[in-house]
Design a protein around this ligand. Sequence first.
Ligand SMILES: [Zn+2]
Length: 145
Amino acid sequence: MSISNETAVALGNTEVQAIATVKLPHAVIVRAPGLLPMLYTPVELERELTVPARTVREWVGRGLPHHRDERGYLWLDGRQVAAWVKTVSQPRPRRQLKEGEAYCFHCRQAVPLVNPIRQPRGKQLLLQGVCPHCEHLIYRGGRHG
Ligand SMILES: [Zn+2]
């Protein structure tokens, strides 16, 4: 069977931004690491992850790595699904931010927060800056004073 790989296409554009906003059921987060390194159909994933196949197809539109064969059938690699679930279910930074850093959801890393704009939010202070790598807005919560 020959398969075409659309993964690079899906990850190469604005889908990357959508990744951080996918809400996954808890069962998916728990079950996805148990998927095997083989190709699944959406219906097989429905059985493995206890989500409707329709939901799996929605995730494809949100950046889930997938393959399509020459007849247009959708195939999903268990390890790639597990990696994607891990990524979108942990949008937060893996390490503590240092003083003067903020997390850029576009670059997916901590970046320097240079000359932030200070925006009071009740008792909290929201610091808004611009990522030096991609120029997307970045935010960091802080305290007054
Ligand atoms: Zn960035």
